[in-house]
Write a protein that binds this ligand. Structure first.
Ligand SMILES: [Zn+2]
Ligand SMILES: [Zn+2]
Ligand SMILES: [Zn+2]
Length: 258
């Protein structure tokens, strides 16, 4: 049953695609192409006008080689050599790449097999040649590997770009850190300068200005006495003594801060 149309199978191929005529047992053609007038018995190799009426009881004798087998037997050396020749031709005629997919439809009466159909050498060569189908598989796998490699290469390129960008970014970050670090150094220098300035002010105040004032105040205290050592102005003397105490406290206070 092929596409819901029943065909009477009257021709067949040996497993290696050798076409044997079901009418005359001839090799290399099928019944509709047969030029023989009578049908030939596969067993006794005799030709009969009406084979259906022939009830063969003879022992097999081959039409091709006269051997003790049926005329369509694959044991026949003539058929074998024909098959070998056909196989050789099929292997060398791979010019047509169109392959017919195998079409296995089973019903109760017969099993469809593309091998049972006449050889269409150029189209079936690819299909029926295991070496070619293996080569096709191999080429398909090689193409798969190529595709895989291409996608890997693409991914690697992306990764490489990412790494280049990352390196650039890292350099940028490094620069920023350097800048920050430099700023920090500047800041530290500034702070040191401030400390130095403060220290100078303190030194100026405690080590130069206060001693001068003390000198001045002690001279004023001397001036505030008469020749017998009595105080002339008690109020001035009191104020001078208070200033001296305050300056001493200031000097000691500065020492505390340092
Ligand atoms: Zn024939
Ligand atoms: Zn017969
Ligand atoms: Zn034979």
């Amino acid at each position: 049953m092929i596409n819901y149309i029943s065909y009477e199978i009257t021709e067949f191929l040996s497993p290696a695609q050798v076409l044997i005529c079901s009418k005359c047992s001839g090799i290399g053609h099928f019944r509709k192409q047969c030029s023989e007038q009578d049908e030939t018995c596969k067993t006794c190799a005799q030709a009969f006008p009406d084979l259906k009426s022939h009830q063969c009881s003879a022992s097999p004798i081959c039409k091709h080689c006269k051997g003790d087998h049926l005329s369509n037997s694959m044991k026949c050396p003539v058929i074998k050599s024909f098959r070998a020749e056909l196989t050789r031709k099929l292997l060398s005629s791979n010019t047509n790449p169109t392959a017919v997919p195998p079409n296995n439809n089973n019903n109760n009466n017969y099993r469809f097999d593309s091998l049972n159909f006449p050889p269409l050498p150029s189209t079936q060569a690819q299909l029926n040649n295991p070496m070619m189908s293996k080569l096709d598989d191999l080429i398909g796998k090689i193409n798969d590997v190529k595709d895989h490699l291409a996608s890997l290469t693409l991914k690697y390129d992306k990764f490489e770009k990412f790494m280049v960008e990352k390196a650039k970014h890292d350099i940028h970050v490094s620069h920023q850190i350097d800048t920050l670090s430099a700023n920090d150094q500047e800041f530290k220098k500034d702070l040191l300068n401030h400390h130095m300035l403060l220290g100078r002010h303190e030194n100026f105040f405690t080590k130069l200005f206060i001693p001068i004032l003390e000198e001045v105040f002690s001279w004023m205290a001397v001036q505030n006495q008469d020749k017998k050592g009595n105080t002339l102005d008690a109020d001035l003397k009191c104020r001078l003594e208070r200033y001296v105490v305050q300056m001493r406290k200031t000097r000691e206070g500065k020492h505390r801060f340092n």
